[in-house]
Design a protein around this ligand. Structure first.
Ligand SMILES: [Zn+2]
Length: 216
């Protein structure tokens, strides 16, 4: 029986080059996909550049060019490296594409319609010099538990404590070395637990369920 198999691998981030750790995953996946195609199955290997994130925005700003220019260069480099290792995707897209925008819009609209979005204010560190909220890894400071200096914003490499960036003593923004301010930002959360039964069934059935997704 011919199986229909859809395969993907972790989307490489468009802020940096493909390294050997990435390649292990793509080469192994490519071998498996080739094997399935040789067995006569219809097997599609899809992947894309992940072009969204603060690091890309910061890099573009530092280099004095647009985010689009950064991600276009990185896409070219990624595709060249994948080709150099003979990794063959049936489709290699981008999260910054019209079709991804359309799909995200459809999914988000469906979730909104079902009332599964909850709005909540979250306190977050803000870099007043760069003018941006800071992800955990963009804050460093002294561990609130053991006092180790220059630790990342989410966990201590010395005593393994986990915390939020707001718990750090003497926090500094890695972008500007400014002292971050605590500001309130509105965040949107999806009530995923309400979809527990659907997701359990959908992820275990192993068949095409696009019709069911539209029914949400
Ligand atoms: Zn510590």
């Amino acid at each position: 029986m011919t199986r229909q198999i859809l395969v993907t691998a972790a989307l490489p981030y468009a802020n940096g080059h493909i390294h050997i750790g990435h390649l292990v995953e793509y080469i192994q996946t490519d071998i498996w996909v080739r094997f399935q195609k040789m067995r006569g199955h219809r097997c599609l290997f899809v992947c894309a550049d992940d072009t969204h994130g603060t690091a890309i925005m910061i890099r573009a700003r530092r280099e004095g060019r647009s985010e689009e220019a950064v991600i276009a260069d990185m896409r070219e480099a990624h595709l060249r490296d994948f080709a150099g290792f003979q990794i063959e995707f049936d489709n290699y897209g981008s999260t910054n594409s019209p079709e991804n925008r359309e799909l995200c819009h459809q999914i988000w609209s469906a979730i909104r319609r079902r009332g599964l979005v909850r709005q909540k204010d979250v306190q977050q560190l803000y870099d007043p010099v760069v003018g941006t909220f800071l992800a955990d890894r963009f804050v460093r400071g002294t561990c609130p538990r053991c006092g180790a200096a220059d630790q990342p914003g989410d966990n201590c490499s010395s005593c393994s404590a986990t915390y939020t960036p707001a718990d750090l003593r003497d926090p500094r923004s890695v972008l500007s070395n400014a002292i971050p301010e605590i500001r309130t930002a509105e965040h949107l959360f999806i009530e995923l637990e309400q979809l527990h039964d659907f997701l359990q069934q959908w992820s275990q059935e192993g068949i095409t369920c696009s019709r069911k997704w539209h029914a949400i």
